[in-house]
Design a protein around this ligand. Structure first.
Ligand code: GLU
Length: 338
């Protein structure tokens, strides 16, 4: 088997990497009972909370796949990354940031309080208000069918399709998102048909994906928008730069700061239990675990990524001199107590 992942400067073999991921899965599984599946969309409430799967797709080497990595689930908020990519490619950053900011929000994913009281723009494109605003822009240029085609291409997964049951279940219970959409219209942020924008947004959330399809997409983002085998460019460097930055600062809702400290990998979550994580220049990672923490992020999935980030040293912020710096003679703690 070829080598797969770097840990510091040392290249781990496939078997060594797999062992690390297997151990991380065992630790992460223990978190499952502490979370609950989302049931505010009734169809999502039917998911088996005990599922957990991961696909790690390194830029060089074999995929590492474990558990329920082939199970289909709805992409939910991770679709905000696809819509953001398409909006940046079609309209450019200047036009996009006319309708949405790039600031983290300390509010829940479906909050409309800040938008109503404090701002004339949604805080960022990765919360519901921002993504519904982006949907209002996208429907001027593309159909849902176009988006389905882009999604299949970006995720290298021809099987991605609309999950009608989840879509209809969400459309019949989406008063909050509808309220957000009309608030955006009242502020002239949505100028297209507001119900069309809401349907488009909800359809994008209802695409069925797997952890593997998310890893394929993440791999391309990690490789500056280029397929690591074909060399084909899917996204511009500028789009990729903005998307990675927003994933790091805003991708985990009001849990983004803690997650950045604990894991340090740009990631986007969805209430279907998916996580799309981009370890820049190293690997794309897709995770599925439908038991969620109170912020709406996969509870076991986050723990799994935390373990893997620490073991494989994937955090963006690891000091490459870390090992040297923690040797006894470099210990700040020791110096303080000398
Ligand atoms: N379709 C979901 C909603 O709008 C997506 C939320 C999420 O995944 O966080 O409520």
């Amino acid at each position: 088997m070829p080598n797969t992942l770097h840990v510091d400067y040392e290249l781990k073999t496939y078997d060594e990497s797999m062992k690390i991921v297997e151990e991380a899965m065992e630790v992460a599984r223990q978190e499952i009972p502490k979370g609950v599946v989302a049931d505010y969309i009734p169809e999502l409430g039917k998911a088996d909370p005990n599922q957990l799967g991961i696909c790690i797709y390194p830029l060089q080497g074999e995929k590492i796949e474990l558990g329920d990595y082939k199970t289909r689930f709805t992409i939910q908020s991770i679709s905000k990354i696809i819509s953001l990519c398409v909006a940046l490619e079609l309209f450019g950053a200047n036009k996009l940031f006319e309708i949405v900011e790039a600031e983290p929000s300390g509010e829940a994913f479906n909050s409309l309080v800040e938008l109503d009281l404090n701002s004339n723009k949604p805080y960022n494109p990765l919360i519901n208000s921002g993504a519904i605003a982006v949907a209002g822009l996208l429907i001027e240029e593309v159909s849902f069918h176009d988006m389905l085609r882009f999604s299949r291409e970006l995720c290298d997964d021809k099987e991605i399709a609309l999950n009608r049951k989840v879509y209809e279940s969400e459309m019949s219970t989406c008063s909050r998102n509808r309220a957000i959409a009309y608030l955006l219209e009242s502020k002239n942020i949505i100028n297209s048909d507001v119900e069309d924008a809401l349907r488009f947004y909800t359809k994008m959330c209802s695409l069925d994906v797997t952890a593997e399809s998310l890893a394929n997409f993440a791999n391309r983002i990690a490789n500056d928008g280029v397929g690591n085998i074909t060399g084909k460019r899917y996204l511009s460097s500028e789009t990729v730069r903005i998307v990675k930055t927003l994933m790091l600062t805003c991708g985990m809702y009001d849990g983004s700061g803690t997650y950045a400290v604990e894991v340090g990998i740009p990631t986007k979550s969805g209430v279907g239990g998916g996580l799309l994580a981009v370890s820049d220049k190293r690997a794309g990672i897709g995770v599925f675990g439908p038991s969620l923490d109170p912020k709406g992020n996969s509870i076991a999935g986050c723990r799994l990524l935390k373990e893997i980030s620490n073991k494989l040293r994937l955090s963006l912020f690891f000091d490459t001199d870390y090992l040297k710096a923690t040797r006894k003679d470099y210990s700040l703690n020791q110096k303080l107590h000398e």
